[in-house]
Write a protein that binds this ligand. Structure first.
Ligand code: PMP
Ligand code: GLN
Length: 379
């Protein structure tokens, strides 16, 4: 067959979670919590089902939920989106990313992607005939050099995809980064996708800088969020996208014929749950405590690190332990030590091996303690 995506390996998340199950290992690889989503939220979903909310929702999403999201964005970032036509509920951030890329990227359009990056961006750009233009960020601070970005912009640049807080590195785009990006796209037709699925996981007082806070940037951006990531229910696959009307008008053309609408009962439940700010305002501190517990636990290990500033991932460098490449070392860790992680080179340009593994700390304190005790024994 004439594959549209030749040589695309199985996703590293599928591989590592599979290995974790096979070896009965502690799974700190794929990013999902091993604790339960709120029982109130679970109850709201079953209540919505009992109350007969079981048929197709509005194509753009339940209007009450869209209104709640518009209010939440206004409270957090002091900017307005019209819930009627500037917010769409999606099947997770993954669907939103697919739609936003697909509705604008044509054959030979260039799309700037910072690496390491979440693994869905590049295949979707390629499916649409686009050309990923990759910019490598490097250990330990993974800062963007905006002059380098400027030098990669051509007349064919259609889009820039950014992710803040950044999976897998745990870095944050600062106010200066966002201002630099805004400056670069001013008076251009470049569209920005701002993947902000970890917006409620930033640490040590560092704020999340949403693209929607910057007026020119907002006017050219799709801002994408994930309820799965925020509310500990990644298996529900629900998220949303916010964008100015002229962009959203195109986005929904893909959404409508890709998925049409998202399941109704979870939307009804989130419409009630997200209204209450206390259901998410605790998250930064909650995950900071988990990060700190993880770092305290490995303090005396042979791994080295820079504390994660955001996301629920921590990178650890292991060059004091072995010179094996990260994929081999990650596979050995699962088999010999029963800890599953993600080797970061798979997210890099040309599989650049910096001897760094990604650990997900969205786990119970008990799991974190157990995992760090094992990590301290590796030398
Ligand atoms: N973007 C990033 C940066 C991610 O890490 C993930 C994985 N959760 C997604 C998007 C996809 O999110 P969802 O599970 O809501 O589709
Ligand atoms: N975002 C998750 C991670 O980085 C994985 C999601 C997926 O498996 N596609 O681990």
């Amino acid at each position: 067959i004439n594959s549209k995506l030749p040589n695309l390996p199985e996703s590293i998340f599928t591989t590592m979670s599979g290995l974790a199950n096979k070896h009965n290992a502690i799974n700190l690889s794929q990013g999902f919590p091993n604790f339960e989503t709120s029982t109130i939220l679970q109850h709201l979903v079953s209540q919505a089902m009992s109350n007969g909310h079981n048929q197709y929702a509005h194509m753009r999403g339940d209007i009450e939920l869209r209104e709640v999201i518009a209010q939440k964005i206004e409270n957090l970032y002091q900017t307005n989106y019209n819930p009627q036509n500037e917010i769409t509920i999606t099947a997770g951030a993954t669907e939103a990313l697919f739609n936003a890329i697909t509705c604008f990227v044509n054959k030979n359009d260039e799309v700037i992607i910072f690496k390491p990056a979440f693994d869905s961006y590049e295949p979707v750009v390629k499916l649409n005939g686009g050309l990923p233009v990759l910019i490598q960020l490097n250990y330990p601070d993974y800062k963007v050099n905006w002059q380098e970005v400027a030098s990669k912009i051509t007349s064919k640049t259609k889009m820039i995809i950014l992710n803040t807080p950044l999976n897998p590195t745990g870095t944050l785009f600062t106010n200066n980064d966002m201002m630099a990006l805004q400056y670069l796209i001013t008076n251009t037709n470049i569209i920005v996708i701002s993947d902000e699925v970890y917006e409620h996981m930033t640490y040590d007082g560092h704020p999340h800088q949403s693209a929607c806070k910057y007026p020119i940037l907002k006017a050219q951006s799709f801002v994408i969020a994930s309820f799965g990531k925020t509310f500990h229910n990644t298996g529900w696959k629900i998220g949303y996208c916010a964008a100015p009307k002229y962009l959203m008008d195109e986005f929904i053309k893909v959404h409508e014929f890709n998925i049409y609408s998202i399941n109704t009962p979870t939307q009804k439940a989130f419409a009630t749950f997200v209204k209450d700010e206390s259901n998410y305002s605790y998250l930064n501190q909650f995950y900071q405590n988990k990060r700190d517990l993880f770092l305290e636990g490995i303090k005396n290990s042979n791994f080295t690190y820079v504390p994660s500033k955001g996301t629920y991932f921590q990178l650890l460098k292991y060059d004091k332990i072995t010179q094996e490449n990260d994929v081999d070392f990650a596979k050995r860790l699962v088999k010999e030590f029963k800890i599953a992680t993600i080797p970061v080179s798979v997210f890099n340009v040309d599989n650049l091996d910096e001897k760094v593994l990604r650990f997900c700390f969205a786990k119970t304190d008990e799991t974190i303690i157990k995992a760090t005790e094992i990590l301290c024994k590796i030398n």
